[in-house]
Design a protein around this ligand. Structure first.
Ligand code: NAG
Ligand code: NAG
Ligand code: NAG
Ligand code: NAG
Length: 436
């Protein structure tokens, strides 16, 4: 018995050594970072997908695998600079402030529709560059609110508007080449009410002045000049008088937009909303596409943010005198079956910036329409340089949207835990060979 003790110790040491080596092996492989999953690949959670992607499926149908879906459009200004502001397209959120799960700052339970899933800060981080904000006089202040018979109540009031303006200020401060557009659905009657909160939020210094906005259909200043001059906040109001009184641009003097809500989602037609000039009015250099129903619906958004969005974008392109939208406004911007808002924006930016089907194909100084043949070449290219053109870039378009989305045949199931388990067993066997 006594002589067995050293043997036991020896066996014990050997066993510990095995475990140690096995762990070392497994750890090496496990933490040697698995390549993150790409767009369209089957996933288990958001973390397994590449950055800018989230793991999801449209239906909530468990037999349909969840895939990595893109939530962030490519930044067109990073691809090609030097073009007028109206030669780019931006993702805009409808009722940007109406976030699910938000509690009213009044303490009341909110009885208002919710249109988005994230805070303004997160939206901006995810590439949203247009915000639609409903502002009301409320509680001796200005609040973001939904109305009930034109008034703001505790149960429809989200929060004081300045909170959100401060989030925008922080983002512009931290991101010196980004430009943000805001459309205020304006119910504020307090004298200089908006001016006061914009000043108090610190956003005044980023203000893009009305005097620089063309109201005759000519091109906007270039994004470069907006960035250089630090005039990176474009604000529009729905109250015409405020242009003269407070220097806030009256939106329909500069923008045409289609009917909002369910009436605007009728297949095959793209009427302008009542307050807007006709879609094809050339004296307005900016085009806004609204695409959201009367009642926001998180589940349905996945569908209508997908192919129907692209279809409507094409319809409105034709209605707008062959102009692609500069703003694409949606509910639940992250929801789609893959070909969602980011794909729509990348397409619109491709067309606007360089006459191609995807902004990824655009390069600085390239000839307009001189696209990668693989993406399906567009119509004869007009001989204008993307970087110098002053023409509205929409002529090489109209070919509709091509599905460029990696689909499920390339699906590779790559579960970290599966690999990990395999590796532990494998490493354990190997380490036993080494020590025995
Ligand atoms: C779930 O998806 C599968 C495969 O597409 C389909 O056959 C089935 O009908 C769907 N079920 C529901 C409830 O939608
Ligand atoms: C509304 O909320 C405010 C606090 O913001 C509170 O003082 C007021 O009593 C509330 N009014 C009603 C009718 O609940
Ligand atoms: C449009 O207005 C801008 C100033 O906003 C001016 O420079 C330009 O000449 C005008 N263009 C036409 C065609 O009237
Ligand atoms: C929309 O209209 C087009 C032709 O106008 C048709 O091909 C398509 O199926 C329609 N889509 C829906 C969802 O009705």
């Amino acid at each position: 018995m006594v002589e067995d003790i050293p043997k036991l110790i020896f066996v014990g040491i050997k066993f510990s050594l095995n475990v140690f080596l096995a762990t070392l092996f497994a750890a090496t492989f496990l933490f040697a970072r698995f390549p993150a999953l790409k767009e369209g690949e089957t996933c288990v959670n958001d973390k397994s997908c590449d950055s800018g992607l989230q793991c999801g499926a449209c239906t909530g149908n468990v037999t349909v695998p969840t895939r990595c879906i893109r939530i962030r459009p490519h930044n067109p200004v990073e691809k090609v600079r030097g073009l007028p502001f109206n030669r780019y397209s931006w993702l805009m959120t409808h009722n940007s402030f109406a976030r699910m799960g938000h509690k009213s700052d009044t303490g009341a339970v909110l009885l208002a529709p919710m249109n988005q899933q994230d805070s303004i800060t997160v939206q901006l981080e995810n590439g949203v560059r247009g915000l639609m904000l409903d502002m009301y006089d409320f509680e001796d202040d200005i609040w973001l609110c939904h109305s009930f018979h034109g008034r703001c109540f505790n149960y429809t009031a989200f929060q004081p508007a300045i909170n959100v303006l401060k989030e925008v200020e922080a983002f512009l401060e931290a991101n010196p080449t980004e430009i943000i557009t805001m459309i205020i659905e304006d119910y504020v009657t307090t004298q200089s009410g908006l001016t006061k909160i914009f000043k108090a939020s610190g956003l005044g210094k980023f203000w893009f002045p009305v005097s620089r906005m063309p109201n005759n259909g000519s091109n906007w200043p270039t994004v470069d000049s907006m960035i250089e001059d630090n005039q990176r906040l474009v604000v529009f109001t729905t109250k015409s008088s405020k242009e003269a009184s407070e220097g806030i641009a009256y939106v329909w003097r500069y923008v045409v937009e289609n009917q909002y809500g369910s009436d605007g989602m009728q297949n095959g037609s793209c009427p302008n909303r009542a307050e807007s000039a006709a879609m094809n009015t050339r004296s307005r250099s900016l085009v806004l596409l609204n695409h959201f129903p009367d009642t926001p619906d998180l589940t349905e958004a996945c569908k209508y943010n997908s192919v129907p969005l692209i279809t409507m974008m094409n319809t409105c392109h034709d209605a707008a005198g062959k102009r692609w939208p500069n703003f694409v406004a949606v509910d639940f911007y992250k929801r789609s079956d893959g070909d969602g808002p980011p794909a729509a924006l990348d397409f619109a930016n491709g067309q606007l910036v360089c006459g191609c089907n995807n902004i990824d194909s655009c390069r600085p100084k390239m000839t307009f329409g001189d696209c990668d043949p693989l993406e399906g070449s567009p119509a004869p290219a007009p001989t204008i340089e993307a970087s110098t053109s002053t023409t509205t870039a929409s002529t090489a378009a109209g070919r509709g949207f091509k599905k460029g989305f990696a689909n499920s045949d390339g699906q590779r199931l790559r579960f970290g835990w599966l690999m990990g388990t395999g590796l532990i067993i494998f490493s354990f066997s190997i380490s036993r060979c080494f020590t025995m």
